[in-house]
Design a protein around this ligand. Structure first.
Ligand SMILES: Cc1ncc(COP(=O)(O)O)c(C=O)c1O
Length: 363
């Protein structure tokens, strides 16, 4: 049977049906519906943050945050990320300036930020890659010193904590993705969290055309509202989050037991307070070894992802605009990484099978 890198967790059919039943009475399917409001409240409590503004997906949440925060000019960010982070900046008319990543966590290297700050820099947009936290204290200090905003791409980080706090606690705002393959999902969906009421209001305007009342439109917002069916899925999945995290932790433990210390393979540190969102493996033999492992798994109908390859700075759509060689650690990571199949329902035997195939190659 085919094994993909991810498989969406789903609540029992009956539980979801019960959650959406009331919609057949209310006929209220979107626009601040009961389910969306309940999910916002639940997420605010879970993440311990005053505002969680829901969006139809994480990417539009990120674009809305960039606009609502007034981020312009240049932004220091990482190329070792999903297309969304870089595309969101570029689509909002902002110039990404790429700093390299740390070799141990593959998150933005705080030590590389200051040298890239110019008078056009307005913000830092780091990514909690694979759910591993960035150097949040160092980034805050740099931002304060240079009067920069910090917007975290926390797409991967729901369910993880750092020194007892969720990813919502760091930066001026954080964006979470609730895409179907995430640890917690709303089919498609996302949220921006923040402490500032003014920013939350600006985000709500971005989400709904800048409309403040039946006869009042105050800004040129778009449409990125989460609908009630998405929010209902979120309410169900939130109830099962602990179970989801425990199952993922178990899968990761088997992988780590089998792969830790194997010559030619490097695992990233995985804190117990992490969310076990991804299982990245770096092949010290580089791209050829990585691609050979990928092909060997694919031949057995097992599909890991080269996540993140290529760097966003190497995308065809940005040809001639950025130089991937300027972030050598990120470049090397992108050429040597595979993220292995990881989801709550992945059977122990299948995890062992993936490891057997990888170890046969390495041996
Ligand atoms: C790092 C990162 N940022 C942003 C996004 C965009 O989120 P979405 O897929 O919900 O639009 C993703 C999606 O997986 C992501 O991995």
């Amino acid at each position: 049977m085919r094994i993909q890198v991810a498989r969406s967790s789903m609540p029992d059919f009956a539980e979801y049906c019960q959650e959406i039943q009331g919609l057949w009475d209310s006929h209220w399917l979107t626009n601040n519906g009961e389910k969306a409001l309940a999910l916002e409240a639940a997420l605010q409590a879970y993440l311990d943050i005053p505002h969680a503004v829901l969006f139809s997906n994480g990417h539009l949440a990120l674009e809305a945050a960039i606009r609502a925060m007034g981020i312009t000019g240049e932004v220091i960010t990482t190329p070792f990320t999903f297309a969304s982070t870089t595309h969101a900046l570029v689509r909002c008319g902002v110039t990404p300036v790429f700093a390299d990543v740390r070799p141990d966590t593959l998150t933005l290297d705080a030590g590389a930020i200051e040298a890239l700050i110019t008078e056009r820099t307005t913000a830092i947009v780091p990514v909690h890659v694979y759910g591993n936290f960035c150097e949040v204290d160092a980034i805050r200090r740099i931002a304060e010193k240079h009067h920069l905003k910090v917007l975290y791409d926390a797409a991967h980080a729901f369910g993880a904590t750092h020194e007892g706090s969720s990813a919502a606690a760091y930066g001026d705002a954080a964006m979470f993705s609730f895409h179907a393959t995430k640890v917690f999902h709303t089919i498609e969906g996302g949220a921006v969290t923040c402490a500032s009421e003014a920013l939350a209001e600006a985000l709500r305007l971005e989400r709904n055309y800048g409309i403040t009342g039946p006869e009042s439109t105050v800004s040129v917002g778009g449409n990125a509202k989460m609908n009630e069916f998405q929010a209902a899925m979120g309410l169900c999945n939130l109830r099962h989050l602990d179970e989801e995290l425990a199952k993922r932790r178990r899968v990761c433990a088997i992988y780590r037991e089998r792969l830790a210390g194997v010559a030619g393979i490097r695992l990233l540190p995985m804190p117990q307070t992490g969310n076990h969102a991804y299982l990245p493996v770096l092949f010290e033999g580089g791209q050829a070894t990585r691609d050979e492992a990928f092909a060997r798994l694919a031949a057995q109908d097992i599909y890991p992802r080269k996540y993140f390859y290529p760097l966003t700075s190497a995308f065809a759509c940005y040809a001639g605009r950025f130089d991937p060689a300027q972030t050598p650690i990120a470049l090397q990571a992108s050429e040597s990484v595979l993220t292995l199949p990881l989801y709550a329902g992945l059977a122990d035997a299948d995890v062992h099978r993936v490891c057997d195939i990888l170890l046969a190659q390495e041996g």
